[in-house]
Ligand binder design. Sequence first.
Ligand code: PEP
Length: 263
Amino acid sequence: MSTPRTPLIAGNWKMVLDHQQGTLLVQKLDWTLKDAKHDYSAVEVVVLPSHTSLRTVQTLIEGDKLSIVLGAQDVSAHDAGAYTGEVSGPQLAKLGVRYVAVGHSERRQYHGEDDTLVAAKTAAALKHGLVPIVCVGEALEVRRAGQHVEFTVAQVESALAGLSPEQVAGLVLAYEPVWAIGTGEVATPEDAQEVCAALRGAVGRVFGADAAAAVRVLYGGSVKPASIASIMAQPDVDGALVGGASTDAVDFASIVRFRDHPA
Ligand code: PEP
């Protein structure tokens, strides 16, 4: 049985834009997409600003009733308390944040986040009504050793351990090979399909066929307007997590409109 999965294109601004630049980007993005409002019903468009820009972007989205959806780049595993510098699930939820990235490779690489912490953040996001975008991906050595499927499946199994099939059905996985992030080195559509299908298969084995049919699996890693259509043509790829190209409104809008490109 196959379930229709709404494609999701999420822009991870990383630590690139301040709140004024972020506001301008969202205005320009909506303006660029607005002559085809149907884009928003066919594709869910999400932006993940820095925490410092969330309030401003939320105000713009709510005030102008934009269809762009707000996300965040990280969430604390803790609900509240003495955790200097962290931002909690309840704080994000109160700001109207719907999605949150967890386990991004830059968090794993530069902030020592391991699978245990990623699982705790995934559970924290769900507890507070946020939709986690659980990021997994292998380093170049792992791919060269031919271990990329086992490696990413193990990351997913660890991140989702203990969740219910219903919780898993509603979340988002993102396959982001580390060697493709910010490098200009995009995985081939077949590479993306191989791992996205394997991740869906792992969800099916652990959480059942309904969860596997419903969970959305994104590809991320140097996605550009020229590469998005062939990636989205893969049956197990439900969208993209876009870094660099999401900070340019014209490029990001073009990626959102992947259906207009030849595959
Ligand atoms: C990312 O940060 O998740 C990402 C995929 O970045 P880029 O598109 O720049 O490779």
